[in-house]
Ligand binder design. Structure first.
Ligand code: LRH
Length: 469
């Protein structure tokens, strides 16, 4: 995405787009990180000139570098099956409540700390450095190895009290703490791109590499165009991250049991949120149908889902069976059959079931959020790709009985650019100036709740009361 600072706002333009898929090979689910790298170089070539560049991506995953700075292997995808047993082993050896109290991070099997506990010990011995995905791309761009703070917070290895890595968790997970470099404050200008990158892309040699809010969700939350208080966000894409921003973490046993987490915001505040499975269920369904040779058009699918009877069958999107790649429509049908609900047969019926279920899961997360924070939520900002899904936005308004403001859809790119613009002094520092620029840059679409709440309340009773990772 190319971002231009235009007075008090940012204008975004898509320069290039490339797919990102996890690839199963030899019993392991990997990311094709070199495919991503070549897509990035193509994108930079399409942009041509830039003052600065910043990278964000999904959280928790990493590459290991050897002493020559070479990537030792293809990064493993956080959905790989190796993590859950390693998590259980580590949690049996540590005090889970203490770990949560000190890191603020819920015990998702994919947290970096658990992934490292599942790593090959010989690889960890040979490794010189660990870089999270955006930091790895940043290293290839600039030669600087950062450990940017928002993404570092997702690893489950940062002690919230000291703001640094917790060394005892490194040894419990079986790796040397010196694999991790010092944590880099969000918005640090790290120097120019490498000459070879400038030559390969046409970027000027003085283009700065900036450690922006490199966790995609932190970047998206940095771009929420809040209009008032009492607002929550749903950063909606593969995941629906449902939360609020706060000054202090909540690490009570109730927050742990309810599967809430405390990640770092771009300005060092806390994003108190729950990971809800999100549009992953729909995108995996579409992939499955296409693999089966069905010609699925997303617009037609959503229009069909909109015409279906509401709340005929609902699933818990956070059920572990939906976490792995694969035959999602089959799993949705099996869930409905097992719970004595009508089985959705057509793609439109499956999509309706998934979207009703996501709206319900949004409702459940917001109710739990209010209970845990003791603060009412009146408005919900849906940002990210899900903001373009008008049906999901409307259903979320209906299910939650709250006004939904949808957009920006490219919230992650906008937040990334806002943080860079602040680092360069093009926008005044601080969260208030950034929010003002986010509001000036986005025009959210409003969805008001339709109809009574009772059908949603009754349907919510068909799901487990809380999602526990
Ligand atoms: C969303 C996201 C989310 C993480 C998950 C691994 O893309 O970064 O915030 O929990 O991926």
């Amino acid at each position: 995405m190319a971002a231009r600072v235009d007075g008090d706002r940012i204008r975004l333009a898509e320069a290039a787009r490339f797919p990102n898929r996890a690839v199963p090979v030899h019993g392991r689910l990997h990311w094709d990180v070199l495919g991503l790298w070549s897509g990035i170089l193509d994108g930079l070539r399409a942009v041509g000139e830039a003052v600065a560049v910043g990278v964000d991506s999904w959280a928790v995953d990493y590459g290991l570098l050897d002493a020559d700075g070479r990537l030792m292997g293809n990064p493993v995808c956080y959905r790989d099956a190796r993590n859950a047993p390693a998590r259980d082993r580590l949690l049996a050896a540590l005090d889970p409540a203490d770990l949560f109290a000190r890191t603020g991070i819920q015990h998702q099997p994919f947290n970096t700390v658990f992934q490292l506990a599942a790593e090959d010990p010989a690889a960890l011995d040979r490794a010189d450095r660990l870089l999270l995905i955006p930091d790895l791309i940043g290293y290839w761009l600039s030669g600087a190895s950062a450990c940017e703070a928002t993404n570092a917070s997702t690893t489950g290895l940062v002690d919230q009290g000291t703001g640094t890595w917790g060394h005892e968790w490194c040894s419990a997970a079986g790796f040397r703490a010196d694999l991790l470099g010092a944590i880099t404050p969000t918005g640090t200008v790290l120097g120019p791109v490498l000459p070879e990158v400038a030559a390969a892309t046409g970027l000027g040699p003085s283009t700065a590499y900036i450690a922006t809010a490199s966790h995609d969700t932190a970047a998206a939350v940095a771009a929420v165009p809040y209009e008032g208080d009492r607002a929550a966000y749903i950063s909606c894409g593969t995941w629906s991250l449902v939360g609020v921003e706060r000054n202090a973490p909540i690490t009570s046993p109730e927050a742990l049991a309810a599967g809430f987490t405390n990640e770092r915001s771009a300005d060092g505040a806390i994003r108190f949120l729950r990971n809800v499975a999100g549009l992953w269920l729909l995108s995996e369904s579409v992939d499955t149908w296409r693999r089966q040779g069905l010609d699925v058009d997303l617009g037609d699918l959503l229009a069909g889902a909109g015409r279906c009877e509401r709340l005929r069958s609902v699933v818990d999107p956070d059920d572990v069976r939906f976490a792995d790649p694969g035959d999602m429509p089959g799993r949705v049908r099996a869930y409905c059959a097992e719970t004595g609900q009508p089985v959705p047969e057509t793609p439109a019926a499956v999509a309706a079931c998934v979207l009703d279920s996501l709206a319900l899961a949004h409702r459940r997360a917001l109710d739990d959020l209010e209970a845990l924070t003791g603060e009412a939520v009146e408005t919900v900002h849906i940002v990210g790709g899900g903001a373009n899904n008008a049906l999901l936005c409307q259903l979320t308004a209906d299910a939650t009985g709250r006004t939904v403001l949808a957009g920006p859809d490219e919230a992650t790119a906008l937040g990334n650019a806002l943080v860079q613009a602040q680092a360069l002094g093009l926008i005044a520092a601080g969260p208030d100036a950034r929010r003002a620029a986010a509001r000036a840059s986005a025009r959210p679409r409003r969805f008001e709740p339709r109809g009574p709440q009772d059908p949603w309340v009754r349907a919510a009773a068909r799901l487990p009361s809380a999602a526990v990772a």
